[in-house]
Design a protein around this ligand. Structure first.
Ligand code: MN
Ligand code: MN
Length: 488
């Protein structure tokens, strides 16, 4: 057993930055994968994380976490827990599993890139723990999702989703490839660990953990809280990396954060926005999505990045304005295109729910009420076919989400278009267009689901053809979570 205190050996053991004799520094850290951003080699050696952990401690902690999560799972296996869960809540779970679990596996690539190409030994050490964390997250959630498969076939998409061309999956994959699968180590630290993990994943993981315990889903609540504790440890890679970059100028880190902040906002509005404001049973809602955004993103995260001397992103007013309407507009579209989902969206617009929405979003009735009135009327008059779409929406060539606009504006804002090398690209908003134009070569080759339809990849070019292309089979295809009970 070691006789030294941890503080006596920790720095020596982890700070193994040595000089290379047989290869050059640039060969060890090629800038395509390591990133460069004109920071001198020696500066990276000042990289220092605030919360330290040794391998021995790491293994012990993780073992304890696994033991408690698995014992909750075993204890609940023979209970009637699953049968008692609300259908809307189950939809949140299915959306979460499909969109997040294989991306956890992909996050292993981002973490391992930092654990090999991070330019400081201390950083590589942290990232190695991050690699092990993401391995655990992928495996444990796959196991939990698999456990639910025999109860509900839509949980099959826990594993399947990311391997398909379902439209929401294309959007998630486009984002995650940009953020960590195909990103250099330095940008990954700023975009994945600082922007996403210190900011947005709190929404999904802390928000859903709170809601899970509230609706009585102890299994999922325990699982996701245990994941969140790992995330907050390895998210620490962002701050020291950011501090070093900032010594050499603000522009690069500001752009790295601003681009990924916007992209994260887009996907979390879809994932967390719908779950919190429509799928979670009314009596169990802790806060509205907007209130969660205000507390976790605007108050905590943005305050933190202002402490570093960074500015608010240039599109701030657009963002604040979208908090009122963007995810509501998405919800209307997502519910309408429900056969294209692997979960059953909960309309969430019974009279009591509408009252709640109106109390949280003062313009909700004015903007969205009339649309839901029409849906309600069609359902009551047994005209369900009128509630389905007949055409395909236009999709943004950056975020890959359907282009939606503020319904109360009579003349909807036109999509922004860019012509690049003879091809026309459509964007839902100025920030998405801005991100594309910062680095067009990075994004230009990608075809959105609608581009694929127009290019003849989807045959026949009908809803049925599109469903087959997306991998949606009849037993999976989404339908209203409450079988339209809310309309009566
Ligand atoms: Mn993770
Ligand atoms: Mn992570």
């Amino acid at each position: 057993m070691p006789k030294l205190n941890r503080s006596d050996w920790y720095d020596l053991a982890r700070d193994m930055n040595w000089d290379f004799k047989y290869v050059t520094y640039d060969e060890v850290f090629p800038k395509e994968v390591a990133g460069e951003y004109e920071v001198p080699q020696q500066d990276w050696y000042t990289w220092d994380e605030s919360y330290k952990v040794t391998y021995r401690e790491y293994v012990l902690n993780q073992h304890e976490k696994d033991t408690s999560v698995y014992s909750v799972k075993t204890a609940l296996e023979r209970s009637k827990l699953f049968e008692s869960l609300d259908h809307g809540w189950l939809s949140s779970l299915k959306a979460h599993y499909g969109a997040m679990v294989i991306p956890e596996l992909l996050a292993i690539l981002g973490e391992s890139r930092m654990s090999r190409f991070g330019r400081a030994a201390a950083w590589r050490n942290m990232a190695l723990f991050g690699t092990l964390d993401e391995t655990r997250h992928a495996q444990i959630q796959l196991l939990f999702g698999h456990g639910l498969l025999q109860k509900d076939i839509q949980f099959d998409w826990t594993h399947k989703a990311v391997h398909t061309n379902e439209w929401g999956v294309i959007a998630a994959r486009h984002l995650f490839d940009d953020m960590f699968t195909a990103n250099d180590a330095i940008a990954t630290a700023i975009q994945l660990t600082f922007t996403l993990e210190s900011g947005f994943t709190n929404l999904q993981f802390l928000g859903m953990a709170a809601d899970a315990l509230e609706v009585g889903d102890v299994e999922f609540g325990t699982l996701i809280s245990s994941i969140q504790t790992d995330e907050s440890r390895h998210a620490q890679q962002g701050e020291p990396t950011l501090k070093i970059l900032l010594k050499h100028g603000k522009d690069i880190p500001q752009t790295l954060i601003d681009t990924m902040f916007w992209r994260s906002w887009r996907i979390f509005a879809l994932l967390t926005g719908l779950s919190m404001d429509y799928y979670t049973p009314l009596e169990h809602r802790q806060q509205s999505f907007k209130e969660f955004m205000e507390e976790w993103i605007i108050k905590q995260f943005v305050d933190q990045f202002r402490d570093f001397g960074l500015e608010l992103p240039w599109y701030w007013d657009t963002f604040i304005n979208e908090l009122e309407w963007y995810h509501h507009a998405l919800h209307l579209g997502v519910w309408t295109w429900r056969p294209t989902l692997w979960w059953n969206p909960d309309a969430g617009v019974s009279p009591a729910e509408r009252e709640w929405l109106q109390s949280k979003y003062p313009y909700w009735e004015k903007q969205f009420g009339p649309y839901w009135d029409l849906m309600t009327e069609n359902i009551r008059n047994n005209r369900i076919e009128n509630t389905y779409p007949e055409t395909f929406p236009v999709v943004c060539n950056l975020c890959q989400l359907p282009i939606v606009s503020l319904p109360s504006i009579v003349e909807a804002p036109k999509p922004k278009t860019v012509n690049y090398k003879g091809r026309t690209y459509n964007f839902c908003c100025e920030p998405c267009k801005w991100i594309f134009e910062l680095n067009p070569e990075r994004y230009a080759g990608h075809l959105s689901i609608v581009d694929r339809l127009l290019a003849g990849h989807i045959q026949p070019p009908t809803l049925e053809g599109a469903l087959a292309y997306m991998g949606i089979t009849p037993e999976i295809a989404g339908d209203d979570a409450d079988k339209y009970a809310w309309a009566f």
